[in-house]
Design a protein around this ligand. Sequence first.
Ligand SMILES: Cc1cc2nc3c(=O)[nH]c(=O)nc-3n(C[C@H](O)[C@H](O)[C@H](O)COP(=O)(O)OP(=O)(O)OC[C@H]3O[C@@H](n4cnc5c(N)ncnc54)[C@H](O)[C@@H]3O)c2cc1C
Length: 510
Amino acid sequence: MNKKKVIIIGAGPAGLTAAYELSKTGKYDITVLEADNQVGGISKTVNHQGNLIDIGGHRFFSKSQKVLNWWAKFLPILDTTHHLEIGYHSKTQNLDEILRKNSEGAMLVRKRKSRIYFNKKLFEYPLKLNPQLLLNLGILKSYRIVKGIIYARIFPIKNERNLEDFFINNFGKELYHTFFKDYTEKVWGKPCTDLSSEWGRQRIKSLKIRDLVKHSAQKILIPRKYQNASARTLIEKFLYPAKGPGMLWEKVAAACMDSGVVFLFQAKLSKLHIEDGLVTKVSYQTSQNPENVLDCDAVFSTMPIKNLIHTIQDEVPIEVAKIAQELEYRDFLIVGLELKTLKIEQEKGKLIKDNWLYIQDGGVKVGRLQIFNNWSPFMAPANNIWIGAEYFCQHTDELWNMSDEKIIDFALTELSTIGVLDKKQFLSGKVVRCPKAYPTYSGSYHHLNQVIDYLDTKKNLFPMGRNGLHKYNNQDHSMLTAFKAVELFERGEMSKMEIWAINSDDEYLG
Ligand SMILES: Cc1cc2nc3c(=O)[nH]c(=O)nc-3n(C[C@H](O)[C@H](O)[C@H](O)COP(=O)(O)OP(=O)(O)OC[C@H]3O[C@@H](n4cnc5c(N)ncnc54)[C@H](O)[C@@H]3O)c2cc1C
């Protein structure tokens, strides 16, 4: 029997989920085209001399039981929160043994800890209005913060025009300037006055002042066992593959290969050939050959919409091409740094327990600091300190275009300036650039519907994933879009609107 030929563009979470689900049916010849030389997409793990980099720190959690079951099928879940006391020499005998017995690896249950680093001090995150905060900030600053909050309550800005107004109305001017402005501007590369207040409403809904106070009071007054269990779980624990997110996706890819899925690496999709509203062939480029052609009956795409529209060999309406061209992204780069010690310590010789720190200081470009040892001790097998300095940027920025050596030195200098490390403790470093890490809701985003409608006219083309839908999707959302795409394809459904509807409340969990 002639099997239908399915092409999947991208071996990230969405592409691999679709490949696996389709391969289970045994009905299709599946080829995955991947521009990179490894699987995982943004959720890959990069290996630097045995030290592992996770691009951005990927917490695994989901409200979908289907997603949770799917993960557990590939990596058994081990609750290590009681076995693992993180310190400089972090692997306990106990956990080593557990993982050795389970040579296939595991998904660890990890405790979340992340704080704000500002002015050489650490502050709880989400911010807690407690005596520690006031002590760290000093009497004058604390007075100004409280005054700012009261003022904002009595005299709120009537029409919130932008994110700055939103922050000030919710937190007061002083708290906004101290803890929100610089970090937000680093992440988005724009002044808060140029970001919409709608953005704040969607993303910061859980950070209202009254919630900060309530949460802090609850922690102090209510015994732990009576606190809201699901909220606690979401905030304080997450799942994490022992060797970073890529470990899961490598396992999924291996299972796909076992069922006959063909993976072509360093193979970049360049053209979708259209006949009568259907994709009939795809072209892709490799280093050896600028044009290879494959016939197809269906295409599942996770590549950025901006690029996808350009590959369509059809009369794309000028307006649609323009909207796609003007979609905007935020790029991201991470600098892995291996060190003998870190300057900020929990106590003498003990590494702080945070998975990551938000770097609030405005004088430096670094936005967050991942402490990979605390995600999983298996991320840093040599037992040195293994951190990741994160920079939110544009690929046109000077920083992005500097040599790797210069970027490493830049990161070391910034981190030593703000008291995180001593340059003399540096052992080795690695730079990973991640273009189009964040599809942003700016530029032509508000006209995206026209692109969606146009793509929907290509009956056998299934967009899915994060950049594939230009939506701020986490791994679980990306997977849910792939489940839906497979379901619609199997049902012979022509409209893809059910895929676009997933995660439409734009829930932000990062
Ligand atoms: C900083 C950061 C932190 C994050 N933190 C979390 C988190 O804590 N938890 C969480 O669940 N999610 C998190 N995410 C989101 C997560 O990374 C994404 O949801 C997920 O990787 C998206 O999967 P995807 O398959 O849609 O796309 P991608 O991961 O982007 O994969 C797409 C693949 O397509 C390939 N490709 C692109 N163009 C072509 C082409 N022309 N031809 C062939 N191949 C092509 C790319 O090389 C890539 O491998 C985070 C993201 C970022 C940027």
